[in-house]
Write a protein that binds this ligand. Structure first.
Ligand SMILES: [Cu+2]
Length: 279
């Protein structure tokens, strides 16, 4: 009778501890103000290019696989901890030795998972980074301390940001854009979160990729490489517009005298604060 009561009360205690733990997790999640997708890391921005969907699928697929593995692993850990716990005060818990089939299993299964992740990553990466040379427009992106300039190579016009006015890249919707990234000074990184894409801008090297923005809208861009003291100022906007609006934007640049190309051959201080200018 006494033993039975003891068992019941310890079971009740364990149940209470588990309920408290689950409650604490639920409260922490609710207080964080996160959505379910944020908690599960499935909260990428809505893809704004044709190619970004591939990246979104790879990201979400990888996380779904990771969560599945995590749930199975956590469940097995908890099960082992409870099933093989010490049952009586004076006994050691059951001692087990190696188990060849299980050890083979947990060597082979992770290997299969790693090969799978590698396969899908390499496949999507080569698909996205393949340059087909069938672009509609070419934009040379110049990342420099501490701003951005955009040379519209097929339009003979350029735009450049200033300390007061972030640089703006205007692109026609639905047209394939070839981006050529160059830097006259240090390594920067061209990142538009809504394109789900980022690439380093390296001095002495031209990095190229092609994307097709397929949603009209304004998207924030930034330098994703800590490039120096005013790295945080390297913000820009990407405005994806209808082709007619793009044409009139280019005409506007030319009207303001921004014909030709922004010179990339040397370091420029056009994007710096007046007191930092050397010329
Ligand atoms: Cu930078």
């Amino acid at each position: 009778m006494a033993v039975q009561q003891h068992q019941q009360s310890s079971r009740r205690r364990r149940f209470r501890a588990a309920a408290l733990g689950a409650g604490a997790v639920a409260v922490a999640v609710a207080l964080s103000g996160c959505t379910v997708n944020e908690i599960l890391f499935l909260d990428l921005p809505e893809p704004a290019t044709k190619e970004a969907v591939t990246i979104q699928n790879l990201w979400e697929g990888s996380w779904i696989a990771a969560w599945a593995v995590g749930i199975v692993t956590w469940a097995l850990m908890l099960w082992a901890a409870f099933a093989y716990r010490r049952k009586h005060k004076d006994d050691a818990p059951e001692q087990t030795k190696y188990n060849i089939p299980i050890e083979l299993l947990y060597t082979v299964v992770p290997l299969i998972m790693i090969v799978g992740l590698f396969f899908f990553t390499a496949k999507d990466q080569s698909e996205i980074l393949t340059v087909d040379n069938d672009q509609d427009e070419t934009v040379q992106v110049v990342g420099f301390r501490w701003n951005w300039a955009f040379n519209y190579m097929d339009q003979d016009a350029y735009a450049i940001g200033t300390p007061d006015m972030p640089a703006e890249l205007v692109l026609p919707v639905g047209e394939k854009i070839r981006f050529e990234l160059v830097s006259p000074d240090v390594i920067h990184s061209f990142w538009v979160p809504d394109f789900l894409f980022k690439m380093d801008v390296i001095p002495g090297k031209t990095n190229i990729f092609e994307l097709t923005p397929d949603k009209v809208g304004t998207y924030a861009g930034k330098c994703a490489e800590l490039c120096g003291v005013d790295h945080a100022r390297m913000l820009f906007n990407v405005r994806v517009v209808e082709p007619a609006e793009y044409e009139s934007y280019i005409a506007g640049l030319k009207d303001r005298g921004q014909s030709g190309m922004f010179d990339t051959g040397m370091t420029t201080d056009a994007g710096q604060m007046p007191d930092e200018r050397t010329t």
